[in-house]
Design a protein around this ligand. Structure first.
Ligand SMILES: [Zn+2]
Length: 123
């Protein structure tokens, strides 16, 4: 099995509805995002997936989150844009773009600060 990782970042605002504490108020984060894919095969060139493709897919998904109020997005209309659910959203969006036979997204981690992150993963 092969594993590849790319990192990217976005800045956005959110608030957590129903949370009792400071995060209920509007505030922002600079999220750092790690995307890990796994593959059970390589192409003729020896690549699981071209890093360029993986970076572009990640960037395309994060562009939709960058500098927006996340609670306004359809994906977070009913669920809070917590780091957990942001990680799941990014996971599913990247999976939709890059997954193919023998290549799948394994884990997406969203760091909301230098010290705290949440991941969504699938084996
Ligand atoms: Zn927050």
């Amino acid at each position: 099995m092969y594993e590849l990782k790319v990192e990217d970042a976005f800045a956005a605002a959110h608030n957590l509805r129903g949370y009792e504490g400071q995060c209920e108020a509007l505030h922002g984060h600079n999220w750092k995002v790690e995307v890990v894919v796994r593959a059970d095969r390589l192409d003729d060139v020896g690549l699981a997936v071209d890093f360029k493709e993986l970076k572009e897919a990640t960037q395309a998904v994060l562009d939709e989150l960058d500098h927006v109020y996340l609670n306004d997005l359809p994906a977070f209309k009913d669920e809070n844009p917590s780091s957990e659910l942001i990680a799941r959203y990014i996971f599913e969006e990247i999976a939709r773009r890059v997954e193919r036979e023998g290549l799948w997204v394994h884990r997406v981690t969203a760091w909301e600060s230098d010290k705290a992150c949440a991941s969504y993963l699938r084996d």
